[in-house]
Structure formats: C-alpha cells, structure tokens
Write a new protein. Structure first.
Lengths: 249, 282
C-alpha cells in the first residue's frame, strides 16, 4: 500500500504534469480546480497585466507559470512575486518589452496593500543604535529599476484610457521606483539612480557603513534622511563584527 | 435551540460594500480565513465583527498533509482568531499540497489507519494552537483511492472521537459525493456522530460536462437545488438544528439573493425547532 506521503507526492505530480488530453474523470476535475483557482489568484494580483495582454494570453502564461512555480504559501496574496520575471523571460517580452515592468507595478501595489501594517522606523531611534547595525526593509516595500514608459502604460491601462495609452512613446530609459505603504497610504516614489542603489543595498541587509560606500559621502546623509522619511525601513538589527568585515571585503 | 442555531451567509469580498450598507440582518457570517489575514479585507471584517458573530473557515491549513501543517500559516490563523474572536473555527478533511507546494484546492485524502493518525495529529496541533475546538468539514470528492479502507463518515466520527473536534456537515458535499461514488446520502448522515455536528453548510452544484461527464461538481455558483434542500430536511430530522451557512463563491448573485436563501434555511430551522419543542411538551 502507498504511504500517505507517497500518495500525496504522486497525486500532486499528476496534477501539475498532466496535459488536458491525459486526464481521467475525477483527476481532471482536481486539475481544472487547481489551475482555475491559481489563475484566478494571479488575475486578482495582476489587473493591468491582464488587461494589457487579454484574457486568453494571460491565462496561457499564468498556467505555464503556476505549473512551473506553484505557490509555496497558503496565503495566496503572497503568490506571484516571480511572475514579472517569468514574463520577462517569455516570448511575450519580445513583443511587449514593458510587460514585465507593468506586471511588477501590479505586484508592488498588491504586495504593499496586503502586507502586515507596521509603523516605519522612527529616525530618532538611530541615536541609540548599536555601533554596527543594518536596516530592516519595511515589509510593504518593493524596489525595481524599470523602463520609464511602464508606469505610464500601467496607469493608462488601469484607467482604461485608450487615447492616453496610444499616445505613450516608447522610452526604455531607467526609472528606479520604490512602492511601499508605511503609514497606511500607498506610495510610489521615483528615486535617483544613486539613491536607488543605496536603498537596494540597505534593503538587502548590508550594514550601513558598507551600504554608504555605494554613494558619495556628501550625498549619503541626505539620501539616508530621505529614505527614512519615506518610511522605507521598519527597524534595525545589530550586525556581527565578523559579518561586517566579510561584507566590507 | 441556541441563538446561534440560526442561518448565516458566507461573506465574500465583492459583497463587502453592500453588506456594510445593508439594512437587513443575518444571523452570523462565515469567511474564508485566508482572505482576511491582512489588508483592506481584514479592516472590513473587524467592522463586521462588531455587529455579527463571525465563523473563521480555513481552506489552506492542509490538515491531511503527511508532512504536517505549516507552522507559519497556523500562527497567522491564530493571530487572526485572536483578533476576531470567532464563535467557530473550522477546516476541511483534505490536504492542499506537499513538498512545500500549496495548490489552492481541497484535495482528496485516502482514508485508512495511517491517514487517520496523521489527520488526528494535525487536528490536535491546530486545537492546541487555537486553544479551542475546531470543526472539520466533510469534503466533496471526485475520486476514491484503492488503498482507502474506512468509509468517510466513519473516518470523520473517529477523528472527532480521538481529538474532540466538532464537525461541519456540508449537505451539498454529501449529496455531490454520494452521487459521484454511489453512496447513500441518508446512510452517510446517520453514520455521523450527531452530537459532534456543530454546523451545516448549504450550496449549489452542477452536472459535469466533457471529461467530468457523469460527475456532479461542487461549484458554489448557483442556488441550492431542491434535492439538497430535501437532504437538509432529512439532516434536521436525523441530527437536529445547528447553525447553517449559505455558501456561494463564484457567479455571486446580489447579496439579497443569499439573504433570501438564508431566510429559507431559517424557516426550516424554526420549523424543526417547533417540532422539537412540541415533542418535549408532549
């Protein structure tokens, strides 16, 4: 007799591997439920992406994605972070070079709206910070350097403004953005390239002094002050000396 | 009859605004816990909680998983329960994925001694964390496993006996599974431990097409069928009045349509309660 664990692995593999033609009666119902439920979850997370490519195209790519990268969490609000990069690596990216960035904007807004609400770091706290520390990125935070035309396309698609959409000129210059909701309000903020590098480094958990090395000294204090005022961090964490020296190298 | 042996509705996100604005009332509401863990929906649920008893009905805990439940997810559900103070907490006789995957569907469990032990262990872990009894709902299933040795209602009865959990008796699920597997629905009802049943679910279903031809599908997308109402009447006679919830998840009708179905269920509860009272007087 199959153990329960073996049965479940076999059943899951059948659900995720089957093509429509290979289904049998009951198994096919579960296959359709899984694909339908997960596709619906992705539609709710990616409204502009869905409108941009249309129902059939979206569903086809959503299905490829969910079979390759099914959710790892029962909270489906957390599912889809990898979908923008999946689209970037797909054949669609050749026709719609801004698509992955539009999808990232969908994700960033959804993520910010559904993350746990906690207050941002109070800059006064830094007066009592340990000698060596790194910042903790705010849980609602997403960062990406995207094509400049993507944000305009995203907004026009969501507002169903076809005239505005048609008037947008291709622009593949870089717009570094952060999306966050540190104080109950959604914020989409464009950063300078240097500030974006600092934000990315700090949000990745690098110690402050190592992160400041990526930006000129004169700009450093001002840039850090701005990021703190945006509410980009939710706390600080002490950094071990050995870790610092390793990262500094 | 408890004041909560009344009819309630499943509250879904598209009905939030109408529900908050409505002037009619319902006995209580049930929500899918996973849709209310954070964000704007949680804020709505906290407002709803001020006026109605709330039942938290999970769909992602995977109590049937051989690998055990996800501690992180269980902790999130505990935090939600602490915040909402539900009058019922429930889950399903099902699993939702293995090896770290979560497939967002209630998958069928082979029913034998090993799965019974695993399921009971997971239920007890959940009850330890919630610090309360949970209810387990009978699922709709579309296939049975050759290694299964325990009939589904007997399995549920044994889970309840070993863990002290309660049961949700989903009338539509019994009707659909009975059709799909050739079971007798009334025999199923009689096999459930009546004292453990603490809630009913009612929903709509449809006939399968194409590859699902011959099966009934638990679609939650239409009104409750006359045959399911009749089975509900039978359950009221066999098990007795309990809180009953009207479930609709897709092709949502106006909120008023759900409230009308809840009123129909309430009338049946009231009629049964009248019969019970009359019998006591005699």
């Amino acid at each position: 007799m199959l153990s329960l664990g073996d049965r479940q692995r076999k059943f899951q593999a059948a659900l995720l591997a089957m093509s429509a033609r290979e289904t049998t009666n009951g198994l096919g119902v579960y296959r359709n439920n899984v694909r339908g439920n997960l596709t619906l979850a992705l539609k709710l997370v990616f409204p502009a992406t869905l409108k941009l490519v249309g129902e059939d195209c979206f569903c086809a790519y959503a299905e490829k994605f969910l079979l390759a990268q099914p959710p790892r969490d029962a909270d489906l609000h957390r599912y889809g972070e990898a979908f923008p990069d999946f689209l970037a690596a797909s054949a669609l990216a050749g026709q719609l070079p801004y698509l992955a960035d539009v999808a990232w904007l969908d994700w960033g807004v959804h993520h910010a709206l559904h993350e746990v609400e906690i207050p941002p770091l109070d800059p006064q706290t830094l007066a009592h910070a340990p000698e060596n520390f790194s910042f903790v990125g705010h849980p609602s935070l997403s960062l990406r350097a995207l094509r400049r035309d993507a944000q305009a396309i995203w907004a026009a698609v969501l507002e169903e403004d076809d005239d505005r959409l048609a008037a947008i000129l291709p622009d593949d210059s870089i717009a570094p953005l952060i999306i966050l909701r540190p104080r109950g309000l959604l914020e989409v903020i464009e950063l300078s390239p240097a500030m974006f590098d600092l934000a990315l480094t700090l949000a990745s958990g690098f110690p402050l002094d190592a992160a400041l090395a990526v930006i000129g000294d004169e700009e450093a204090a001002q840039a850090l002050g701005l990021l703190l005022s945006y509410g980009m961090f939710s706390g600080i964490t002490p950094t071990a000396t050995e870790e610092r020296s390793c990262l500094s190298r | 009859m408890s004041k909560l042996a009344s009819a309630g509705i499943g509250l879904r996100l598209p009905h939030h605004a109408d529900f908050l604005a409505m002037h009619r009332s319902t006995g209580w509401v049930e929500v899918h816990s996973e849709n209310y863990l954070s964000g704007p929906a949680l804020a709505v649920l906290e407002r709803v909680r001020a006026d109605y008893p709330v039942s938290l009905h999970g769909v992602g805990l995977s109590l049937g998983s051989a690998a055990g439940v996800d501690d992180t997810h269980l902790e999130r559900l505990r935090v939600l329960a602490n915040r909402i103070d539900p009058f019922l907490v429930s889950e399903h006789l099902a699993w939702t994925g293995t090896d770290g995957a979560h497939l967002a569907d209630l998958l069928p469990l082979p029913l034998h001694e090993e799965s019974l032990e695993i399921f009971c262990r997971n239920v007890m872990q959940a009850q330890d964390v919630f610090k309360c009894q949970i209810l387990v709902e009978n699922p709709t299933t579309y296939l049975q496993f050759p290694e299964s040795t325990i009939p589904e209602p007997d399995f549920l009865a044994e889970v309840s006996r070993r863990t002290g959990c309660g049961l949700i008796c989903d009338i539509n699920n019994i009707f659909v599974s009975a059709h799909n597997h050739g079971w007798d629905a009334q025999t199923y009802l009689r096999a459930l431990p009546r004292e453990a049943v603490r809630e009913y679910h009612l929903a709509g279903h449809m006939s399968g097409k194409g590859e699902a031809k011959g099966l009934l599908l638990d679609t939650h997308d239409r009104a409750i069928s006359p045959a399911v109402w009749a089975l509900f009447d039978e359950a009221l006679r066999i098990i007795g009045p309990r809180p009953v919830m009207i479930e609709r998840d897709t092709r949502l009708p106006p909120l008023s349509a759900l409230l009308e179905e809840a009123a129909l269920a309430q009338a049946r509860l009231d009629a049964q309660a009248g019969r019970v009272d009359h019998a006591l007087v005699r």
